[in-house]
Each structure stands twice: as structure tokens, then as C-alpha cells.
Write a protein that binds this ligand. Structure first.
Ligand code: WTA
Length: 639
């Protein structure tokens, strides 16, 4: 039995869980009533596996629920307490957000954007990013935000797939004191795309940019826009956004989320998990380019009229105290971050956080990857001073919102460091074996979700078939998230990492296939296999094994640099391997499949195990040798 921690917030609503267990459909029906609808729904759930429609016939608008409903009581309330990386700050009220969003919605209309059109957003972490998102939602345009660390080629692929006719970007963004030239990246990305009609450019860094005829400055457009714009009445299943995410196949998948179900999921989980109160100051460190930033920065806090801190830059810039100084400055009460960030803060030592006043904190959360128990305990003691519950929230881009998490706003249960505890009410989760049969307690297996839930993706953009195969083909009528898990004797879930070929580096999802196809597109590379090995801070880092075309003469250092640069320009720097190894062949099965398990074992210094299905055992020996030599050379360099 692992250690438990009981920290209650005085909330206990068993009744809600009982109702959910009894009938999840009418349970969610009741939850949805807490949002503002233009017209009620006729049917709560239309489930034609694997396609679910929630609140059929109801009409709703996300921007209306985020802003209009708060105006009477909260127009003076801070919506965003923004901190620039360079120390600037802005206090954006609900009233100002409302006016900005309506203006921006009119800007979009003036550029010819109509309901259902796609708009690509490539902006730094500034309030205008949320204005853009809510502006799209107001008129029913589908936003597709691209993380500002992605490269021109990644953007090109995504703009091509979504056929966005308008792009919103900035001249630049600040990262570690340097200017990231976002507009230049967009220019490069869309140079051969003729369907992009307009590029809106926010001036953030005032670096030199070139403006073509399709480019327009944000300020000029906003100055001429009216701030009167009613929210469009949209059907509950109207697509709200596309967010591209890596999977096991080459191309990123466009995860498509709807409106009514998604908002219901966010509204409920934000209340249950964060126990949100009017007086709270919420701070989620996620970049809006990822799903956590979509759900729990751009939408959920607004649904509750909450105040949140938004930070523009790197968490350790200009030094290791930045995060804690932000918490102190804005009197943050709820802090939501990643295990990677926590591992980094922990390495910096206790003296830094101890020198700040963190006494306003009352609830802590983590997301994105498994949290090591010792890091959990450090978070609990050093940051939370043993008085804040920690919510370890498990979910995915596809699930829209949390599915497994402690819910201090709903009930108090003992917490176990490293476990997400139980599923949220109204969600039916279990751990099964290869055949789909439920596994006994304490047995590692595959996580599945047995019934539809309101935040679930509608489909993959333009690809219903892939949606069916990726998520619904392993087990009939059950959603397969691709994660290993086990359920312990107390019914607590432990999430044990990816069961497929998706890596999690610093909490970011990277598909091995996407990365391999990028490496193989280098002119001298014949084959490649990448895998993840554990890293003290990032959780996992990437190593790549590369086979070159016959007869290629190369300097391994130079070539490794070239390949890394290629990955940086084709995908983005988050996907660059920590190490690239050159070998003459890769270990494969007789049917030609690369045995990634073996590469991983070698990279992890583990026993290799059964290799009887290998086509050529010499490949393993070579991979092992190359790896060992490299390790030795690192050691001798250190000495
Ligand atoms: C992993 C991030 C363990 C998991 C919101 C999942 C986690 C993937 C946790 C989704 C957690 C997320 N404990 N693992 N609390 N939260 N994961 O789409 O492997 O970027 O499938 O969404 O992150 O990553 P994504």
C-alpha cells in the first residue's frame, strides 16, 4: 500500500457520483444546463458508434458563455493578469475582453470569414491570442492554433490540411530574451499557398518585417472595427476548433472538437477539479498552442468568470525564481503545471521557492505526463506547504478535458503520489488486456473508455476513417487512448505512459513515425528508428538510430548536425533528438518491422530479452556497440 495524503476542502457530494453511475446520459444532461443556451436540446446524446452528438438540437456559443454572461456583474473584474517575459504587465478586465472580442469578430467578418471557415492562429502568449480564439468562436469560425515553436514546414502542412483562408500572427514573440520572428516563419510557410487571403499581424516586438498586400496590421483593423457583434447561435455540434497532434502515423492528426459537449465538460471539470471560487487567481502555465492551454486557459476559466494569470515567456527566465515571483506577485491561489516544469524547479533547490510568499496557494495540479512520486511529494511539501491538495489530471487532446483526476471541488479522497485516483463522474473507464477483457487489480493493461463523454472529439478533420481506425478499432465500441494503466486495490488508476509509438518529451506529444519520415527525407539517409529514453527533467528524450544509403562518405558530427537542423526546420526544435547514432542496419523482425522494443532496451541499458524473431541478430550487436561506444566517449569527455 502506498503512502496516502488526505487534504480536504470540505466538499463532499456523493450524490452526484451516484447519479452519474446510475445514468451518465441524464447526469450530463443536468450538467449542461449550467451553461447558457440560446435554445434547448431535444436529445441529450445521439450515439452512433463511434460518432457521438451531444445535446442535439440545442444552440449555444462559446464566446457568449465566456464573456456576455459575465458583463452585468463582472465587467470590472480582471479576466487576464498578463505578465510579459520582459516584466511588462497588463490587467485585462472582462469588460475589455468583451469589447476586444466583439471588435475582432467584426474584423474577421470584414476579411470575409464566415461560419465554418478555418482561421490559423500563430501567436505568442499574449491576451490577443485569447481574443483571436474567442473572436473566431463568436462567429462560428473554426480556429486552428499552432504552437509558436513549430516550424514553417509544420505550419504549411497544417494550413494546407485545414485550408485556412486567414492567418493571425505577430511580428515576433519573446523567448528567453530573444525575439522569435513569427511573421517571417509564416511568410515562409505560405509562400506557395494561394488560398490564404489575409494575414493579420499583431505588433508585439516591433522587429523589422515585410508586409505584402495580403498582410494587415492588427491595430489598424481593430481601430476601424465596431464593438457591436452578437454571438452567432450555433448548433451544439458545430466545430469549435481543430488542434493538430502527433500520432503513430506520419502526418499530424487534426483533432476536431465541437461546442456544446466540449463546453459542458470544461465547465464541470473546472468546477470539480479546481474548486473554482470568485476570489481565486488561477494560473495554468500551459502554452495555448497545446490542448491544456485551449481547454484550461482559453475556455474553462472564462466560463466561470475566473481571474487568471497568463505568462508570456520561459519559466526559468531570466532566472530560476521567475515562476515563484509570478505566484507571489499575483497572489496565485490555484497553480496548474507539468511534471517536467516541476522536475526542473526541484533541481534548482528549495531555497528559491522558500524565499517567496506562496501562502495564497490552496490547490495544485499537474498534467501531461506521469508524475514521479518524489516530485509529487516535493510539490506537496515545498510549494504547497502540506496544505494544498494536488490534482494529477489525466487526459488528452482528443478527450477535450480531464477524465481521471482527484476532484477537490466535489469530494475528498486520500491522494496517492503518482496516481490520478478516480475517473470523473459520468465517465466509464477501465483497464483491459489485449482481448478487451477487464483485468484484475494491480495488473498493467490498456486503458479504455467504455462510453462516450461530452468533451470527446467529433472526429479527425476530413478523415472519419482514420478516426475510426486510430481510436475505435482495437476494441469494438470502446475508445482506446493508447495509454498503459493499472487499477489498484482501492480502485485508483495509475497511468503508466504510452502503449503506442508516441513519445512524450517535456510533456509534448511527438510521433515516432513523423520524426522518422523527416529524418529519412534527408538525401543520404536510408532508414531510421527513433525511441525515447528516460530523462531526469524532461521525462523522456529522443534518441535516433540512422542507416545511411550505400557508399555515403560522411562526418558523423556534421551529418548529425544537419539532420538535427532538418528536424528543426521541418517540425520544430521540440522534436530534436538528444543523440543520433549511425549504424549499418536496424534490428528487424523477419517480416521487416523495426524492433523498437530492442532499441529502447539498449537505450535504457536494459536486458534485451527474446530476439528469436529477429531477421539478423548482428544488427542488435552493432546497435549495442555504437551505443556503448558513445556512452564511453561521454564518460571520458566528462573525466
Ligand atoms: C499523457 C495532454 C500520466 C498520456 C493533456 C496521454 C498523462 C497523453 C497525464 C496526452 C497524467 C496526460 N499522467 N500521463 N496525468 N496526462 N498524460 O494530447 O500518455 O498532449 O495519452 O494531452 O499525455 O497528451 P496530450
Amino acid at each position: 500500500m502506498s503512502e496516502t495524503y488526505l487534504i480536504g476542502l470540505g466538499n463532499n457530494d456523493d450524490d452526484l457520483r451516484k447519479k452519474a453511475d446510475c445514468d451518465f446520459v441524464s447526469f450530463w444532461d443536468n450538467q449542461a444546463k449550467q451553461l447558457s443556451w440560446f435554445s434547448p436540446w431535444e436529445k441529450t446524446l445521439d450515439w452512433k458508434p463511434p460518432f457521438a452528438k451531444w445535446f442535439v438540437g440545442g444552440t449555444i456559443n462559446a464566446s457568449y458563455n465566456a464573456l456576455d454572461i459575465h458583463q452585468e456583474k463582472k465587467d470590472e473584474k480582471s479576466a487576464i493578469l498578463w505578465e510579459g517575459e520582459n516584466g511588462e504587465s497588463r490587467n485585462v478586465t472582462y469588460g475589455e475582453m468583451f469589447s476586444q472580442v466583439k471588435k475582432f469578430a467584426n474584423v474577421l467578418k470584414s476579411l470575409g470569414v464566415q461560419k465554418g471557415d478555418r482561421v490559423t492562429i500563430y501567436l505568442p502568449m499574449v491576451p490577443e491570442l485569447i481574443v483571436s480564439i474567442l473572436g473566431c468562436a463568436r462567429i462560428g469560425a473554426i480556429h486552428t492554433v499552432i504552437f509558436s515553436g513549430f516550424s514553417a514546414t509544420s505550419i504549411k502542412d497544417r494550413v494546407f490540411d485545414s485550408k485556412s483562408k486567414v492567418i493571425i500572427t505577430a511580428d515576433g514573440g519573446y523567448r528567453r530574451g530573444k525575439v522569435v520572428k513569427l511573421k517571417d516563419v509564416i511568410d515562409d510557410a505560405i509562400k506557395n499557398i494561394d488560398f490564404v487571403e489575409h494575414v493579420v499581424v499583431l505588433e508585439r516586438t516591433k522587429n523589422k518585417i515585410s508586409m505584402a498586400s495580403k498582410d494587415k496590421f492588427w491595430n489598424e483593423l481593430m481601430n476601424n472595427a465596431s464593438d457591436s457583434c452578437n454571438a452567432e447561435e450555433l448548433s451544439s455540434d458545430h466545430p469549435l476548433y481543430i488542434l493538430y497532434t502527433s500520432g503513430t502515423t506520419g502526418k499530424p492528426k487534426g483533432v476536431l472538437h465541437g461546442t456544446g459537449g466540449y463546453l459542458t465538460h470544461l465547465y464541470s471539470t473546472f468546477k470539480w477539479a479546481f474548486d473554482i471560487k470568485d476570489s481565486d487567481v488561477f494560473f495554468c502555465t500551459a502554452d495555448i498552442g497545446w490542448v491544456t492551454g485551449h481547454s484550461y486557459v482559453a475556455y474553462a476559466p472564462f466560463l466561470h468568470g475566473a481571474t487568471q494569470v497568463m505568462y508570456e515567456g520561459a519559466p526559468d527566465f531570466p532566472d530560476a525564481s521567475r515562476m515563484w515571483s509570478i505566484l507571489q506577485k499575483y497572489k496565485v491561489t490555484i497553480f496548474y503545471t507539468t511534471p517536467t516544469a516541476l522536475r526542473m524547479f526541484m533541481k534548482f533547490g528549495d531555497a528559491i521557492p522558500n524565499s517567496f510568499d506562496l501562502s495564497n496557494l490552496r490547490l495544485l495540479g499537474t498534467v501531461g505526463e506521469p508524475i514521479n512520486p518524489e516530485v509529487w511529494k516535493w510539490y506537496f511539501k515545498t510549494i504547497g506547504k502540506e496544505k494544498c491538495p494536488i490534482i494529477d489530471t489525466w487526459w488528452q487532446t482528443e478527450t477535450g478535458g480531464m477524465l481521471i483526476s482527484p476532484l477537490p471541488g466535489l469530494d475528498t479522497i486520500p491522494l496517492k503520489p503518482g496516481s490520478g485516483t478516480r475517473p470523473i463522474p459520468g465517465v466509464n473507464v477501465s483497464v483491459v488486456d489485449e482481448n478487451g477483457d477487464d483485468l484484475p487489480a494491480n495488473t498493467k493493461g490498456y486503458l479504455v473508455i467504455k462510453d462516450p463523454w461530452p468533451g470527446m472529439l467529433l472526429t479527425l478533420w476530413n478523415d472519419d476513417e482514420k478516426y475510426k481506425t486510430v481510436y475505435w478499432s482495437k476494441y469494438e465500441n470502446r475508445y482506446y487512448p493508447g495509454d498503459y494503466a493499472l487499477k489498484d486495490d482501492d480502485g485508483y488508476f495509475w497511468l503508466l505512459g504510452r502503449a503506442d509509438d508516441v513519445l512524450k518529451v517535456a510533456g509534448h506529444r511527438i510521433g515516432t513515425a513523423e520524426l522518422e519520415s523527416c529524418i529519412v527525407s534527408h538525401s543520404v539517409v536510408a532508414e531510421s528508428a527513433v525511441c525515447g529514453i528516460p530523462d531526469e527533467v524532461k521525462g523522456e528524450v529522443i534518441i535516433a538510430f540512422v542507416v545511411l544509403k550505400q557508399g555515403v562518405n560522411y562526418d558523423s558530427k556534421e551529418l548529425a548536425k544537419e539532420i538535427s537542423n532538418k528536424i528543426r526546420t521541418d517540425i520544430g526544435s521540440i522534436a530534436t533528438p538528444k543523440q543520433i547514432y549511425f549504424v549499418s542496419k536496424l534490428p528487424k523482425t523477419r517480416s521487416g518491422k523495426i524492433m523498437r522494443r530492442l532499441l529502447k532496451a539498449i537505450g535504457n541499458n536494459e536486458k534485451i530479452g527474446d530476439v528469436s524473431t529477429l531477421e539478423d541478430g548482428a544488427a542488435v550487436t552493432e546497435v549495442q556497440q555504437v551505443f556503448d561506444e558513445f556512452q564511453k566517449s561521454i564518460k571520458s569527455n566528462l573525466n
